[in-house]
Structures are given as structure tokens and as C-alpha cells.
Design a protein around this ligand. Structure first.
Ligand code: AMP
Length: 329
């Protein structure tokens, strides 16, 4: 007698996280949101607003709350479809913190203390929150909670993803098969947007002055691009080492329009093209955001629905972890 074994196609689930430490910017849109939106037909994704992560440094409670709601609104305005991609606020799923603790019981102090981001962020002096040290373990919990198979990561998060993989494997070995071990992926369309004023640095929510927030008014955007750092070469060409500012502008233009700059010698023409392309991208997002902001209850409803959708997955994972590690039902 022959037995036919049919294997179900491997399920793909992606988790993309955003910290509500500032307004979402062009880097978040091109590097994370657009790839997420582009993959909505083919890949199951969860968009996580990681509000607990926004508290590892000095923070203002009312601004974390405001930014959490606003980031959700911007995600919807940019085209995240909550029917296909649940938008989830981390703190509204209590299992994140429960799993965080259980994972701390398989993580070593030295593993957390050697994280480059911890070393960098704690180097500035002043009191260091314990949560800054344990943040990568919470990030591991975020990822493992949802049986995530893929995590889009930039280079600066590679070390944290490696820790999540290490903790998942260690837990599985010690306490029985509990977690899916995730892979890091770099979505095809993900761009790395550099700061316009300091183009050797990544555009970030709190670093640099050359940032374009997605809700900046057109005049502010025009000014930021007009002031963008260039150089004295007078040639519009990609040369990341010697012309990082010009290269960044060319890359942004290519990402937005698929086009190369029309004039190979004029920085002001390049800046005009980039300004127009960004304006064309952001105008509809701004308009949709204004509509949605008039109805915060709708956005809160989307978050409640997102939480309801993923809660059973989180509860099942924590159930397995609790039972494996020796807790009573
Ligand atoms: P964060 O702003 O650090 O909360 O990151 C949210 C998401 O946006 C992550 O997937 C980051 O990798 C991505 N991201 C943040 N800044 C940039 C940037 N300048 N260029 C491309 N992607 C970025």
C-alpha cells in the first residue's frame, strides 16, 4: 500500500514594526510601508506599532499615545488594508509582555549587554532604563508571538533578529517545540533613505535635520530638499562614497518614479524633480490622513479589530510557552 503525503505550502507571515517615537517619515514609507503594502496580495503581514519600545528612553506619555494613533492613521492613509494586514498596537496584546518575561528566562545578561544599539544608546550618560537593556528580548517576543516566518530587517536590526532566532532555538531545545524560527528578509523594493542634511546617516525619527515627515506641509518639504546636502562636483551621478547627498537624491527619484534625473549637470533641476515626485506621492496620503483624522473612532476601531484578529495566535503561542517552561494551566 502506498501512502500519499501532501505537504501544505509553507505559510509566510511577516511582521513589520514601527516605534511611535516620532512621525513616520519618507524612510519608513519607502523602506517599510510600501514593501508591506506591495506584498499585501501575496504575503500575510502584521503591522505592529511598538509603543512599549517607545518607552526605553525618556518619553512623554501624551506624545506616545498621540503618535500611536497617528501612526495608525498614516498607515491607513498610505494604503495599508486592515482587512488583509492587521494593524496592532503592541501594548494592547498583553501576551507581548508575558512572553518577554518567559524569554528573559532563557536569555543571558551578556547577550543583551553586547547589543550594539544598547551600547550606543547607553553611551550618552545619564540614567539608563533597564528596559533599554532588555528591549531586544521584547523584540524577540514580538516576533515569536505570531509564528512569524519573515522579518524585514535593516542592517541595524540584524543583531536583534539573530538574538530572536537564538532564543527561539534555545527554548525549543530545552522545553520542546514551541516557536517558529524566523528568517530575516530584505524586501526587493525596500529602499534605504538617507538623511537629506547628513546623507551618511539613515533618515530617522529623531536623528538628523534632513527628515521629510509624511505629513510635512509642501512648503516645508520644498525647503528641506532645497537645503539638502550636495557637493562641489557638479555632476549628477551615483557615487555613494564621494557624493552621498546627490546619490541619495538620485535613489529617491528612482524609487518614486523609476526615472533617472533628466539633467546630468544640474543639482537644482535634480532637487526640483525630487520635490515634485515627493509631492505627487504625499498629496493623496495627506488628503486621506485629513479625512481619517476627523474620525479617530474609526481608527481606534481598526486597532481593536487588528488586536482581535491576532490575539488568538498570541494566546496559543504563550500557551505553548507556559506549558513547556513548567507553569500550571
Ligand atoms: P523605525 O522608524 O526605527 O521604527 O522603523 C520602522 C521601519 O522603517 C523599519 O522596518 C525600518 O527598517 C524602516 N526604516 C526606518 N528608517 C528608514 C530609512 N531611513 N530608510 C529605509 N527604511 C527605514
Amino acid at each position: 500500500m502506498t501512502t500519499t503525503v501532501t505537504t501544505a505550502p509553507a505559510r509566510t507571515r511577516r511582521l513589520t514594526g514601527f516605534q511611535p517615537t516620532g512621525q513616520l517619515h519618507l524612510g519608513n514609507l519607502l523602506g517599510a510601508l510600501r514593501p508591506l503594502i506591495a506584498a499585501q496580495d501575496t504575503t500575510e503581514s502584521i503591522a505592529l506599532i511598538a509603543d512599549l519600545h517607545a518607552m526605553t528612553m525618556e518619553h512623554d506619555p501624551s506624545s506616545v499615545r498621540r503618535l500611536t494613533l497617528d501612526q495608525a492613521t498614516v498607515m491607513l492613509a498610505a494604503g495599508v488594508d486592515p482587512e488583509r494586514t492587521p494593524i496592532v498596537v503592541q501594548s494592547q496584546i498583553r501576551e507581548h509582555t508575558e512572553l518577554h518575561y518567559l524569554l528573559e528566562c532563557v536569555a543571558a545578561h551578556g547577550e543583551a549587554a553586547r547589543m550594539i544599539q544598547f551600547k550606543e544608546k547607553s553611551a550618552g550618560g545619564g540614567p539608563i532604563r533597564l528596559s533599554l537593556l532588555t528591549y531586544p528580548v521584547l523584540m524577540a517576543a514580538d516576533i515569536l508571538l505570531y509564528d512569524t516566518t519573515q522579518v524585514p530587517v535593516g542592517e541595524d536590526q540584524n543583531q536583534h533578529l539573530e538574538l530572536a532566532r537564538t532564543l527561539a532555538t534555545r527554548f525549543n531545545t530545552r522545553y520542546g517545540e514551541t516557536f517558529t524560527v524566523p528568517e530575516g528578509v530584505r524586501p526587493d523594493s525596500a529602499a534605504r533613505v538617507m538623511d537629506l542634511a547628513e546623507p551618511t546617516m539613515k533618515m530617522g525619527k529623531s536623528t538628523g535635520t534632513g527628515r521629510i515627515a509624511l505629513l510635512d506641509p509642501p512648503e516645508a518639504i520644498r525647503r528641506t530638499i532645497a537645503r539638502a546636502a550636495t557637493d562641489r562636483a557638479g555632476l549628477v551621478r551615483r557615487d555613494r562614497e564621494n557624493q552621498p547627498g546627490v546619490t541619495n537624491l538620485i535613489d529617491i527619484l528612482a524609487e518614486l518614479t523609476g526615472r533617472q534625473p533628466a539633467d546630468p549637470t544640474s543639482y537644482s533641476a535634480l532637487k526640483r524633480e525630487v520635490t515634485d515626485a515627493i509631492e505627487a506621492l504625499l498629496t493623496p496620503i495627506r488628503a486621506r490622513h485629513a479625512e481619517l483624522s476627523a474620525n479617530p473612532d474609526f481608527v481606534r476601531g481598526v486597532l481593536a479589530a487588528g488586536a482581535a484578529k491576532v490575539r488568538p495566535i498570541a494566546a496559543a503561542t504563550v500557551g505553548r510557552a507556559r506549558s513547556g517552561i513548567g507553569l500550571l494551566d
